[in-house]
Design a protein around this ligand. Sequence first.
Ligand code: ADP
Ligand code: MG
Length: 300
Amino acid sequence: ATMPPLLSAIANAGRHGVLVKSAVAMERLGEVDVAALDKTGTLTEGTPEVTAVRPLPGSGLDEDGLLALAAAAEHPSEHPLARTVVAAAGARGLRPAAAEEFVATPGRGVRATVEGAVVTVGRPGEHGARDGEVLDGDVTGGYLVGPQDSGGTTVLVARDGVAVGLLTLTDRVRHDASAAVAGLTAVTGTAPVLLTGDNPRTAARVAADTGITDVRAGLLPQDKVTAVRELQGGEGRKVLFVGDGVNDAPALAAAHSGVAMGRAGSDLALETADAVVVRDELVAIPAVVRLSRAARRLVV
Ligand code: ADP
Ligand code: MG
């Protein structure tokens, strides 16, 4: 028997390195009107490097002390930023202390008890705060701007509610990110949108590097869902969302079609998505949208 067109399309998508989970998922990919993309791990490779370690005055920490403290708190986390901090500490021969009472807050950061102190690593002004304190005032503000303008993500390390240092992590934009953005613009007829939990300056830089003009930054996981719904609008436009993190799972579920980046993607994102980009090529996504369109023309 000849294979039904949607099944052939799934087989072809596989050749592009995209695992489409069902015929319905294959069909929905071709129906999308606009694409929304996550930044870290999606437009960027998700394997950043620590490019600055900056203990704050009065913290009593040197660079190694700060990095070891952050690595201790990040050790249990699967987040790409956490893996990077732990690897950087390891590369300097540091042996981070054990962490207890670890808590990860998607889109914000981590908290753990390290040698009797509560240590947080995360988004400045959000997660460093304890009991409502905000820690990214004048002390840290001046340190953030430069690295963010060059596309780096700066996270704040706090100990017992006091900011003790900043780490800058710099990730590379994927080599095919601008080609994918152009491809998605061509297949959907609409310019893609960037949705990120990172800060506006870093987001703007990555957007500029990939040809995206519509950027929404500082989004928590639920804010990404709200953004997807806004894009749907009253007209019921169908949104394709591409992401990789635990923080992206709600948006992957809310979108008409959710696509996860497979290589470094979190289990939750991979399970929630309708399709997984196994070979980590972003340009495969517009290609698979085209395959779906072609298959639907044969079905109808
Ligand atoms: P994105 O939407 O770009 O993929 P996330 O939602 O995962 O990013 O994270 C948003 C922000 O929250 C990060 O830029 C960082 O400031 C902070 N953050 C989240 N998880 C961690 C972590 N494990 N360690 C440090 N910072 C984190
Ligand atoms: Mg991400």
